[in-house]
Design a protein around this ligand. Structure first.
Ligand code: C5P
Length: 236
């Protein structure tokens, strides 16, 4: 990929221009970070796990009527995607209270949130990703009112599909973060869907099988990711 021009290097993915101006090449690297990059490591094979899980879910969602940027895998950690104009929002859906919502509000860890809670954070390192309400999203010109409704409804649909999928694997789909982008007049799901950007708990034992294993040193994060991938392969 060295001949391709690097467009953007994130904490765990690098995005390159491709020969086609409408398409980008995303490389899922083996880097893992937490706490705004305050903790970081390189774990061999982690990029491939996240790419495999993301590509599976993008295809799964497409089959279920959700438009995504996914085109195809080029290699085990390299994905070809449609070029979107990304919207700087982190859309988080929560089925159980965990992480920052427990720190900010009087929820019990693990408390069921029904209906699921959707939170939108502004993707802006300088301001430490503050939470936005609809009025601020409108005032910043990030989305129209119609688009806010579309993004929330689409997030709830994705949440339902993934919740049911993981439920069958014996996993609780606690929460997840997704990002959207524009392609012409349409809004598509972009970025990734992987264990880096979700919380998953074993239904029986309550063990974390996601990036919290790395964040809070709960064990070997690669073994946790491998367990999720194995369960998914066994189901397919
Ligand atoms: O930290 P918090 O509890 O707000 O995270 C909610 C969910 O969103 C978690 O699954 C977390 O991994 C994910 N997230 C993310 N990227 C961020 C912030 C949160 O993937 N920048």
């Amino acid at each position: 990929m060295s001949q391709l021009e690097l467009l953007y290097k994130g904490k765990a993915k690098s995005v390159y221009l491709s020969e086609n101006p409408d398409e980008l090449v995303v490389i899922f690297r083996d880097d893992i970070t937490a706490f705004d990059g305050g903790k970081k490591d390189v774990l061999s094979g982690k990029g491939s796990y996240n790419a495999a899980v993301s590509s599976f879910f993008f295809s799964y969602l497409e089959k279920n009527g959700i438009k995504t940027h996914f085109i195809k895998m080029i290699d085990e950690n390299i994905m070809l995607v449609r070029r979107l104009e990304m919207i700087p929002l982190e859309v988080i859906a929560r089925n159980r209270a965990a992480g920052s919502i427990v720190k900010k509000f009087p929820f019990e860890e693990g408390q069921i949130l029904d209906p699921p809670v959707i939170v939108t954070d502004y993707k802006d390192d300088e301001h430490h990703d503050p939470s936005l309400n609809d009025d601020i999203i409108l005032a910043l010109g990030l989305l129209t009112q119609e688009e806010i409704t579309y993004v929330k409804e689409t997030t709830l649909k994705i949440n339902r599909l993934l919740y049911d999928y993981f439920d069958e694997l014996g996993l609780v789909f606690v929460d997840f973060k997704i990002e959207f982008g524009r392609l012409g007049d349409e809004i598509l799901l972009g970025d990734e869907i992987s264990m880096d950007s979700m919380r998953l708990w074993d239904k029986e034992t309550g063990e974390s099988l996601d990036k919290d294993v790395y964040r809070f040193e709960k064990g070997d994060v690669m073994s946790a990711y491998a367990r999720v991938v194995e369960k998914m392969m066994f189901k397919k």
